[in-house]
Write a protein that binds this ligand. Sequence first.
Ligand SMILES: [Mn+2]
Length: 416
Amino acid sequence: MVAAAAFPGERPLYLVSRASLRARLGRHGDRAVAGRVTDPAFLHEALKGGRGPGVKEAAPDAPLLVLRDDDRPMSGATVVPLSAFGERIIQPAVDRAAQRVRADRLRAHFYDAERVLILMQDDPDPDAIASALALKTLLGRTRTSAPMCTFGTITRPENVAMCKILEIEVEAISAEDIAEFDRVAMVDVQPSFLEERFERVDLVIDHHPMEQPIDARIKDVRPSYGATSTILVEYLRAADIKITQRLGTKADLEAFSYLYLLANHNALRRIERPELSHEALDVLAEGLAKRRVVQGVFFSHLGRVETIDLIPQFADFGLQAEGVQWSVVSGVVGDEVHVSVRNVGYVKSAGDVTRAAFGDLGVGGGHRTMAKAIFPVQKLGRGASEPGGGGVCQERIIDRFLRALGAGRPPEGSPS
Ligand SMILES: [Mn+2]
């Protein structure tokens, strides 16, 4: 099949190889000519004979669109393979249909529940809160029938402030409270990430890689997604009509949109953090240039820094490097080395590894994903505390950290 038209929006003239197809197109009101579509003489004749002003005047410069089984090029024509219809039209439609089924199934599962527990991790972040809010909306629930809960508490002041502004209530509960709910849903977290044990989990929606198999009635874990709230957006879209009709309040959806933006674009970082001075930028530029990535660990020693804040800030940043699971950033403040450690969350505990690596030199420890060590710079050995000893510091920190991680250190010069 070949279609020709002169201008955008103009109806095409179909050049087809079978008379039956021409008849069918004709019955639908389309213009069609049958013949040998690969024969230049036929094309020439067909375009000249084409009724309608556009084609006649434009021939033989009329644009040709060829639709066929393969995408072999054809001179003077744009070829559209039939498979493109599958990729661009059928596949997205199938995805939407599948998502709608998932959303319906999820809502049916919670339909007759008296009280639903929507559980987040111990220190809920904007992604978790947005996801919980989206789920509450999707289920058409209120604060009372589906409270958003955590076993911990929101610690970051900007997250606390944000909840206040958006009038979002996050309840702190304990393990005993689980019994008061007849359904349990987890967002942005998985049962194995929590210390509390559950008799039954109804739903897990998360984007973190699975540490252990998840025992839940419904699970939707997509590690390729940057945020759990992005998964929830698909659910909300799939259930769109019903939501606007009788579910979720406008305020909830507005708060969700705002949080979703934060979770996905990290806009908060820009708002919450002061501007970097030019001196600080120079320090960061050098730290970036001297970075070492060894076995999935981003190392950078910043040398002398004026503000301690720069070290954890840069450690957060290091974790964004491609293929990196750990970020270890150090700097010298006064006569002490400060080391900030971050990890992606599904590896060994940052606190344990940091303590093992530097605990004997001073203090070291922290949480699962964030840790810190502080010790006198002389403790890193000869040369470390002298001017220009940054390289020595870097090397010793790398050695100690990789040993504690159990990764060992590859011989000099081998690819990292
Ligand atoms: Mn998340």
